[in-house]
Design a protein around this ligand. Structure first.
Ligand code: AMP
Length: 396
């Protein structure tokens, strides 16, 4: 269990509480196209309302890079949150984020009322963790609550800098839930524990592979990163994604797996094509890939092999697609893994990002034990790193 002060440990009646949420939602023409992160933030907000806190929400959205860009305003989030909460969420439209409008709105708040600040990244200092903006944020409230798991791997003003100027810093329910699920899975798993890694590059997941080899019974590698491992096994990979600088690293990881008794599963067949194009003709290749062909998905034998490992698991953690799943003709591997996770009785944890999107799009969302709201944060957690956003909260 996370040993940090939580919203259950603070007295908020009559006090102004600044709550950092992750409202970084996809927007299209001003409409929110996936509100998972808003829904995930509700339990903490509702608890603070019930306890009579004066709730000041804040978040970033997109990358406005220190400029007030109207298309990245949080106004649509305030509107939708009002509907989800069944009460008004006042929006402090303030280009300085903590300017005269925001300050006046915060002062006027009554017990149980809620307001939302403008996009914290309208301020250039936000991502640099600059002191002036941290102080501005802190000046609005008496207590700080961080519930933004999706940002926990970053040390920015609104989740880390601000804590230096607040007397009390707690974490919200979402942060607690994310850390508890990921932490239990990784550090106290029911075995067999199977981790599935995919996505494009070995180089971006080096520490994850290394750390997980100390924890898992089976490590499955698919996606673009698998070709570097296949090359390390002595296979030809044609024009597939290959990180030549990491072949030795892949060999080292294969040796580490063997020394630790971890089963390392790498594709035995792949779907190959001559062009990076959904409509290009494709075939299944076993063994070597021809010099003019590239692998864009795991093949049917590999899907069966991976699904079989998942079937016997008691804990499964998945991060990264098995192929170029954005193209329907190369999505079958990713779909097969999502299906295998939906079918197993194991505890299944999806590490955010592309795998979470794939699982949700396929309609398997409610079949998973936990889908993380933070791709980058969950990946850094799997690397065994301490997340600055979590570390900054007061210990219990
Ligand atoms: P990442 O951001 O590292 O998790 O990688 C996700 C991306 O990896 C997705 O956009 C996939 O299209 C891509 N990907 C997965 N498998 C392959 C592959 N075999 N070749 C090229 N790209 C791939």
């Amino acid at each position: 269990m996370l040993n940090k002060k939580s919203v259950d440990d603070i007295q908020v009646k009559g006090k102004k509480v600044l709550v950092r949420c992750d409202f970084n939602v996809p927007l299209q023409d001003g409409k929110i196209t996936d509100e998972t992160r808003l829904v995930a933030a509700l339990p903490t907000i509702q608890k603070l309302i019930k306890d009579g806190g004066r709730v000041i929400l804040c978040s970033h959205l997109g990358k406005p890079k220190g400029e007030p860009k109207p298309e990245m305003s949080l106004a649509p989030v305030a509107a939708r949150l009002s509907e989800l909460l069944g009460q008004e969420v006042k929006f402090a439209a303030d280009p300085e984020v903590v300017g005269p409008n925001a300050k006046a709105a915060a002062e006027a708040l009554q017990d149980g009322e809620v307001m939302l600040l403008e996009n914290t990244r309208y301020r250039i200092e936000e991502t640099k963790n600059g002191e002036a903006f941290s102080k501005d944020l802190a000046s609005l409230a008496e207590i700080f609550v961080d519930d933004a798991f999706g940002t926990a791997h970053r040390a920015h003003c609104s989740n880390v800098g601000v804590t230096a100027f607040m007397k009390e810093n707690a974490v919200g329910y979402l942060m607690q839930k994310e850390i508890d699920f990921l932490g239990n899975a990784v550090n106290n798993p029911e075995r067999p524990f199977v981790a599935i890694l995919g996505g494009s590059k070995v180089s971006s997941k080096i520490s994850v592979i290394n750390n997980l080899l100390d924890k898992v019974d089976v490590l499955i590698i698919g996606g673009g990163m698998a070709y570097t491992f296949m090359k390390a096994q002595g296979k030809e990979v044609g024009t597939s994604l290959l990180e030549a600088d990491y072949i030795d690293y892949a060999k080292e990881m294969m040796e580490k797996a063997q020394a630790k008794g971890v089963k390392l599963l790498i594709p035995v067949d792949t779907v190959v094509t001559k062009e990076f194009n959904n409509d290009a003709p494709s075939r299944i290749a076993e063994g070597d890939i021809a010099p003019d062909e590239m692998g864009l998905d795991i093949g049917p034998k590999t899907r069966a092999l991976f699904a079989d490992a998942v079937k016997d698991a008691k804990t499964v953690v998945w991060n990264g697609p098995m192929g170029v799943f954005e193209m329907p003709n190369f999505a079958a591997g990713t779909i097969a893994i999502a299906q295998a996770l939906a079918d197993t009785s194991a505890t299944t944890i999806i590490g955010g990002g592309d795998s979470a999107a794939a699982v949700n799009q396929l309609g398997f969302g409610d079949k998973m034990t936990h889908i993380s709201t933070g791709g980058g944060a969950s990946l850094e957690f799997l690397e065994g790193k301490e997340l600055p956003g979590v570390a900054a909260a007061d210990d219990k």
